[in-house]
Design a protein around this ligand. Structure first.
Ligand code: FA5
Length: 335
């Protein structure tokens, strides 16, 4: 029967139209190719879908319903295929590869220098501008550099095993950076203008301002005619530059075997209700000059040794030295 033939042929043609349309959209790789497929299949005037729709008219009325339903399904399927093809070719290759560059980035956590390292670097910079070069010395020292050359005799209480970390073979963990004064003067003639920054070790009881390992900055200036006034000027200038113009410091007479006269330097703590010792200082003792082969009749000098933790704490308003060693990122990330 010709009607049945026509319907089944028409349905088969619809099937073929869907297959070739999907293939055309599926293979299109560029916007132009998608557009060409759209014109070929979905073009309003001469598209193949349009022709398939016109075919409805030539079918027997009994066949129209079935053909019409199938036609609608094919048309919809090809519109979907067209949309998919459009999105696919508009999408950057990075998205196809699973990377969406339009998503907000994930911020990597940026590390930074520890507040003590920052302090040390700032001190090097600051004293550099006062004309001080950087010197270094070992943390494992011999007793000559830690004590003897610094005019600290064997009987001195500072050498007590309870106050020092002694190691085998006449060595020890240095208890002060004053050791570097000796090492510098042993190795160069005057004039000298150096600082030394590093770790020192003492079996002190730990509290808010004491640790068993801490850092000191040592300063040494030796030349003809260096005076106590120079020392006080340098320390005041330094304190104002590092801690702020409004910082208050005071000098108290004191004693160190390697300086004469000696002072202790205090700073008014943050909060303003108490003084905390920042360091010791004084005029280099003639015995120290003799120990390194300098002539105390020729040159004079000053030296100072300051606690770096306490400077850092005063600068940043930190109340407890232990915070600097606990490695808690919530604390460290503030600096
Ligand atoms: C000295 O160590 C001398 N070498 C300083 C000196 C150098 C004097 C040159 C004269 C000439 P003192 O023991 O006071 O001095 O320590 C100096 C500073 O180190 C103290 O003022 C304090 O700021 C810091 N300090 C001392 N002990 C500790 C500790 N356990 N924890 C943290 N900081 C400390």
């Amino acid at each position: 029967m010709s009607t049945a033939d026509t319907l089944s042929t028409a349905l088969a043609d619809l099937e073929a139209l869907e297959t070739s349309g999907k293939a055309a959209f599926g293979q299109a790789q560029t916007g132009d190719a998608v557009e060409a497929a759209r014109i070929e299949f979905l073009g309003l005037k001469q598209g193949r879908v349009k022709s398939a729709q016109e075919r409805l008219k030539s079918l027997e009325s009994g066949a129209k319903r079935e053909y019409g339903q199938r036609f609608n399904a094919v048309k919809q399927a090809l519109e979907v295929a067209w949309n998919d093809a459009k999105t696919r070719v508009e999408r950057p290759a990075s998205v196809a590869a699973g990377i969406d560059v339009t998503l907000p980035g994930q911020k990597p956590r940026l590390g930074h220098r520890h507040p003590l390292t920052q302090t040390a670097d700032e001190l090097i910079d600051l004293f550099g501008r006062f004309g001080f070069a950087v010197a270094r010395g070992p943390e494992v020292e011999d007793v000559r550099h830690n004590f003897e050359a610094l005019n600290i005799p064997l009987s001195h209480p500072a050498r007590d095993p309870l106050d020092n970390f002694y190691l085998p073979g006449g060595t020890m963990l240095r208890s002060q950076t004053s050791t570097v004064q000796i090492r510098v003067m042993e190795n160069q003639p005057p004039p000298v203008r150096v600082i030394a920054i590093g770790r020192v070790y003492r079996p002190d009881t730990v509290d808010a301002t004491h640790s068993f390992m801490f850092h000191q900055i040592e300063g040494l200036m030796v030349d003809k005619g260096v005076t106590m006034a120079d020392l006080k000027t340098v320390l005041r200038l330094f304190a104002e530059s590092y801690l702020g113009k409004d910082v208050q410091i005071r000098f108290r007479p004191s004693f160190f075997p390697f300086t004469e006269p000696s002072v202790e330097v205090d700073m008014l703590w943050h909060g303003g209700d108490r003084w905390v010792e920042m360091g010791g200082a004084g005029m280099v003792d003639p015995n120290v000059f003799r120990a390194v082969g300098y002539d105390p009749e020729e040159v004079t000098g000053f030296a100072f040794g300051l606690g770096i933790e306490r400077l850092c704490m005063r600068r940043h308003g930190i109340d407890d030295i232990r915070l600097l060693y606990q490695n808690d990122s919530r604390f460290l990330s503030q600096f």
